[in-house]
Write a protein that binds this ligand. Sequence first.
Ligand code: CLR
Length: 408
Amino acid sequence: MAALTGSAKSTWASFLKSIASFNGDLASMTAPPFILSKTSLVEYSAYWTEHPKLFVAPAKEQDPEKRALLVLKWFLSTLKQQYSSRSEKLGSEKKPLNPFLGELFLGHWEDEEVGRTELISEQVSHHPPVTAYSIFNEKHGVKLQGYNGQKAGFASMTINVKQVGIARLRLEKWDEEYLITLPALHIEGLVYGSPFVELEKSTIIQSSSGFFAKIDYAGKGWVGGKSNSVSAELYDNKTGKLLYTISGQWTKELVVKKAKTEIERFEHGEKNPTTGLAIKPIGEQDPLESRRAWAKVGAAIDKGDYDETGIEKSKIENAQRDLRKKEKEEGTTWERRYFTAVDKIDEVDALVERAGKFMKGVLGLTPISMDEPAKTNGVWVFDTKKYEDVVSGRKAEEVRRAGETVLE
Ligand code: CLR
């Protein structure tokens, strides 16, 4: 977006004033029309797998150390899609639609080499907003699942966002699990009216096979100075030995090194094209599927008709409010279609402990800890039983009734 002029400029100025006092709930923030996106946050789960080949690559590797490296490489390759693809496509970061409880985003990636990779994303909580997803390639036995919410704060002209939640990657063939924590981020360019994301702090990946990766993020003005900087280190938990490093810019190029010697380079762009997600045409979608449910809002945003946008949005929000009221009266709760909340996940706790020990004992760092389940309305796991019931049609009646609660 070019520098703002005229009325947009003053709208933006009052928007900036208003967020200076906001309460941390990004969803409740009212942003100026030109910064609204017609994409719902429930769609963002798809960014994990726009390189299906890299996603399944670890499954084919015999050596556990190299598998851990491939997982790290795949993770780093997802950052560009996750955090900068919208700015690239739309000229700036935009404010996504706030998903309603039960909103779905379903699709798959088809790749000649790796076959079909399935995506299921569901809004499992509205207050606070939490999205859960499951992404799996059956052929290669690679399964990613996770859930995430955001805590935000406004300070010195930027929005600081901490992500709550985790991602878990499973390689069936090797009976291996990887725990991945999510980066913190902030929004730059707010004053100029062209916001974009920069990552900060660090994340970790801990594997059940005994490898630990620490990933540090930095932006412009830090040591080294370049925007979107990342530097990752992969260690052996048992020996404490540093095995590989990967560094560069997560938007551009990453260099993989083994003991200071470059062994590989990963470049975004033509050499590593992304695979588009295939989704059903709107007419064939379930009424709870994001694009169908928000179709009228999306059309209004496209037309630049902001009164209509507001009207259509309110219709959905009011219908949701009525639904919650009705559930309360009847003493029922909204049935999540594919996920279930649990108090804790033992495998995850074990990985958190293992990572913590390594961070404190070997690296002299503060160990990671799990977020309070209350922050995400529970710890969310993909429920294979629910999934199979839906796929087999055993839940057809429930699915039909749930669809009737969404306005069309
Ligand atoms: C959601 C989960 C994804 C990664 C991701 C990328 C960008 C983040 C988004 C998450 C949450 C919402 C977010 C967005 C960038 C901007 C947007 C923080 C973490 C906020 C709500 C928009 C603020 C409005 C300004 C553009 C004015 O896996």
